[in-house]
Unconditional design. Structure first.
Length: 150
């Protein structure tokens, strides 16, 4: 009987040790970023700022513009809170700078937006006529201005 008891204790100790090792490994391994399925942007007919924001921006910036969209955790850099643009610029909302950021033509490159335009905009806006694209972006800038934190 003592040998059986010793064997049970040994097995029990091994089970506990394995559990502790597995728990420690889970805590020390770096968290992996979630994978986001890439899909082409689907063109919408509306040129309204809120509609375009919801269709093309909310996936990263969140429906409230605070940088908490479903794709945000997968980004290499934190997604900007668009509701604090004016606050970060001493209470001033610079429409021209926001437009340049959206287009990717600003002086300060925004890594998440790519070289020429935000990734999600891509072909949707390049394939339409320039005046319609300009209207969409202008309305989007006005919408972003409307969601600035007070």
């Amino acid at each position: 009987m003592p040998d059986e008891l010793r064997s049970l204790r040994l097995v029990g100790s091994l089970v506990i040790a394995c559990g502790l090792i597995a728990g420690a490994r889970a805590q020390t391994q770096p968290a992996q970023k979630p994978k986001i399925k890439m899909a082409a942007a689907v063109p919408i007919n509306s040129v309204e700022g809120v509609d375009n924001f919801n269709a093309y921006c909310a996936v990263c910036h969140g429906s409230d513009g605070k940088g908490n969209g479903p794709a945000a955790p997968a980004m290499k850099v934190p997604v900007a809170d668009l509701t604090t643009i004016a606050k970060r610029n001493k209470g001033r909302f610079n429409s021209a700078q926001v437009e340049e950021t959206i287009k990717g033509t600003g002086k300060t490159p925004t890594p998440a937006h790519g070289v020429e335009e935000m990734p999600i905009w891509g072909e949707v806006f390049r394939s339409e006529d320039k005046s319609r694209s300009t209207l969409r972006i202008g309305n989007l800038v006005m919408y972003i201005e409307s969601i600035q934190a007070k």
